[in-house]
Design a protein around this ligand. Structure first.
Ligand code: DLL
Length: 433
């Protein structure tokens, strides 16, 4: 087992001690620097001195995605902007993106977290690594890029999309490793099969994540591409990719506990659940400087494995997230909240449409389809077909710019979307993951 850092195999007792020291440090500096955190501590009557170690973690207040919106863009940063070397962003619960920032040390820690995984699964400086995650606000491209560079691999920063170019590049540049979302990997595999070029590939390993995927999907990608496929987990608010990663034994993803403390809570009662339970993942970043969070509620549902791993790493493992405790959808790797769609529809106005809509997501040929039915107003319904088509186009364009994702809009007749007696059913997700 190639191990980058001795810390990866540190005995759990020592790891806990390290976490405690780092937690105390983080709580103190956040109390002094992050107004939102200080207010919540004060409301609970807590002072930084009350937190002496990991055993006191449960006393601390939670942090939420909504906080990032309320303090948009920089209000939760714990360092002045002169020390922030990079920002990234992802979807929030409304139109506004949520913004996170990294200091030089944070970028170094991030690259290390990803490098630990890549090295652990046998990627070396002799590999040619095609980064087919998006570069830009999304953390996927830059995150994997930095980790792969750290281990000295040759990086192809192709970014996402343009499937024909991806395949040609893979062949011509003799890529041996690739990273992207698992659904895109399936799509690529399909296209490679169609083009009959599998035997021209040099690929042997894939790193996939940013959305849920199943073991059967893993097998299919592995068979179709002739590679070994590994899972990587992360979220922008905590780091980006590399918060947790599989090792060569693929029995859960090691959470890098020298940087993150992880808890499982009951999303209803907010109680911390005993070892082995399934619940909502909560992360505390104990080394991050620019944008640290304490007890951040991820909304991802999963369980943790504490039993020693065959690889010798002592850091606990998280199982594949089985779902979310909020209404966020991940479509082609992009996070989508129904509320973002609602906001666009509201701005189109009642003269044309009604607020009744239905999001339909499915997976066809291993590619996510994304359709939106919206009821027309009686006025628009009575108008000519050209006006209706133009409205459809207007909604599609506004949604594409708000979500960063193409969606097929279908204007449907007034009162044709089923009404619900309880909570409105806005999402029909037919994907079998
Ligand atoms: O998806 C970061 C990332 C990039 C992870 C590349 C892995 C690879 P966000 O856009 O903030 O960040 O979305 C985070 O995606 O809360 C999960 O719901 C979901 N997610 C991420 N990785 C996995 C995974 C990136 N391996 C949200 N399995 C998270 C299941 C995942 N869900």
């Amino acid at each position: 087992m190639p191990v980058r850092d001795k810390i990866e195999t540190m005995p759990r007792q020592e790891l806990k001690k390290l976490q405690s020291e780092r937690l105390v440090w983080q709580v103190k500096r956040m109390y002094e620097r992050v107004e939102c955190f200080k207010t919540r501590m004060d409301e609970k009557g807590l002072k930084p001195e009350d937190i002496k170690g990991v055993e006191d973690l449960h006393k601390l207040p939670f942090a939420y995605k909504k906080d990032l919106r309320d303090y948009y863009p920089y209000g939760l940063f714990a360092e002045p902007l002169t020390n922030i070397k990079r920002v990234h962003a992802s979807s929030g619960t409304t139109g506004k993106r949520i913004v996170v920032g990294y200091t030089e040390n944070d970028l170094e820690m991030w690259a290390n977290c990803v490098a630990r995984m890549l090295e652990g699964i046998g990627i070396t400086k002799d590999d040619i690594f095609q980064v087919a995650f998006g570069y830009g606000f999304f953390t996927g491209g830059f995150g994997l890029h930095a980790g792969a560079e750290k281990i000295g691999a040759t990086v192809i920063p192709i970014s996402s999309g343009n499937t024909a170019l991806q395949i040609q590049t893979m062949i011509d540049f003799k890529a041996t490793a690739i990273c992207c979302t698992p659904s895109y990997a399936m799509y690529l595999a399909e296209e490679i099969e169609k083009a009959g070029v599998k035997d021209q590939l040099s690929l042997r390993v894939g790193v996939f994540g940013a959305e849920p995927w199943s073991e059967s999907m893993r097998k299919e990608v592995e068979n179709k591409l002739g590679i070994k496929a590994y899972d990587i987990y992360g979220l922008s608010e905590i780091l980006g990719p590399g918060v947790a990663c599989e090792c060569e034994y693929q029995c859960g993803m090691h959470v890098w506990e020298d940087n993150f403390i992880v808890e499982i809570i009951d999303p209803e009662t907010l109680e911390v659940l005993p070892e082995g339970s399934t619940g909502e993942l909560v992360f505390t970043t104990i080394t991050k400087e620019g944008f640290p969070v304490i007890r951040y509620r991820t909304r991802d549902i999963c369980s943790l494995e504490y039993a020693p791993c065959k690889c010798g790493r002592t850091h606990l493992r998280m199982n594949k997230p089985s779902g979310r405790s909020d209404d966020m959808l991940i479509i082609r790797g992009v996070n989508v909240f129904p509320s973002q769609i609602e906001e666009v529809l509201i701005n189109i106005g009642e003269g044309k449409i009604t607020p009744n809509y239905l999001i339909k997501v499915d997976r066809v040929n291993n590619n996510d389809t994304f359709d939106l039915e919206v009821e027309m107003s009686e006025d628009l319904f009575a108008d000519d077909l050209k006006t209706i088509a133009l409205t459809e186009k207007e909604i599609s364009e506004k949604l594409r710019s708000a979500l960063g994702l193409g969606v097929k809009v279908h204007l449907v007749n007034p009162k044709s979307i089923a009404r619900s007696e309880g909570k409105a059913k806005r999402v029909l997700d037919l994907r079998k993951i």
